[in-house]
Design a protein around this ligand. Structure first.
Ligand code: BTN
Length: 236
């Protein structure tokens, strides 16, 4: 589509009309109402970046294990970015891709649950590919990182191949291996850094891992504590 409001919304409409199937891809040059996590917007320069949503059918994932979908998408993005940029790629918990201290991709996962199964999952992905200037702090693109433009189609094709590979691992029950790999690639793993809690207080912590339900496990004053998304923010 040359333009649309949000590829995640279009994918959801197709699911609602029983027209969507596993592997469907909704892609646009420009979103007029691109959505980000926690009610944020996702805005990018037309034609410079990749903005798309992939529909997945994951009947083998129970709703309680939905964090595995974050793992699947994050690792796929990691693999694709690493193949182009080679160094400095990290997964900033829970699912942003960072190059050193700057965000390079955003991911918005929306699940459709039926009974005790995830019927459909929409993985909405924004990759900053060739945009060089950003109005927000701590943002970068593949081109800014590499000093050269990339072919959008080639980046998309690479990512979809990475996705397919990781999807098969998940389908084959390699849950623990995938989670372990996700944890190894975490931004700021095993180093003391500053964070902010819900009361806006700063504290020093060391990210140690992510638990079964996707909580960030951070060592604070010698004790490892779980944090959910609302309870911790990174100071960058
Ligand atoms: C974030 O980092 O806040 C998540 C951003 C997700 C953006 C993508 S772009 C394609 C898809 N459609 C949307 O409306 N959002 C996602």
């Amino acid at each position: 589509m040359p333009t649309c409001h949000s590829t995640n919304d279009i994918a959801a409409e197709w699911i609602g009309k029983n027209k969507a199937k596993h592997g469907d891809l909704f892609i646009t040059d420009y979103q007029t109402r691109g959505r980000g996590q926690r009610g944020n917007t996702w805005e990018t320069q037309p034609g410079k970046n990749l903005t798309f949503s992939v529909v997945l059918q994951v009947p083998f994932i129970k709703p309680k294990d939905n964090f595995l979908l974050t793992v699947l998408c994050s690792l796929s993005l990691y693999d694709a970015l690493e193949s182009f940029l080679h160094t400095g790629i990290y997964i900033k918990w829970p699912n942003d891709m960072y190059r050193y201290d700057e965000k390079i991709t955003g991911l918005l996962i929306e699940n459709f649950v039926k009974g005790n199964c995830i019927d459909f999952c929409i993985a909405g992905i924004g990759i900053n590919v060739n945009q060089l200037h950003f109005d927000i702090p701590h943002a970068t693109s593949m081109a800014a990182a590499a000093g050269q433009d990339f072919d959008l189609y080639e980046v998309l094709q690479t990512l979809l191949l990475c996705f397919e590979k990781r999807y098969f691992s998940l389908q084959n029950g390699k849950n623990q291996e995938l989670k372990d790999e996700y944890c190894q690639k975490l931004y700021r793993l095993d180093q003391p850094h500053q964070f902010k809690n819900t009361d806006n207080e700063l504290f020093t912590g060391v990210i140690r891992s992510v638990n079964e339900t996707g909580y960030l496990m951070v060592e604070v004053k010698g004790k490892i504590k779980p944090f959910d998304l609302k309870e911790i923010s990174f100071i960058i």
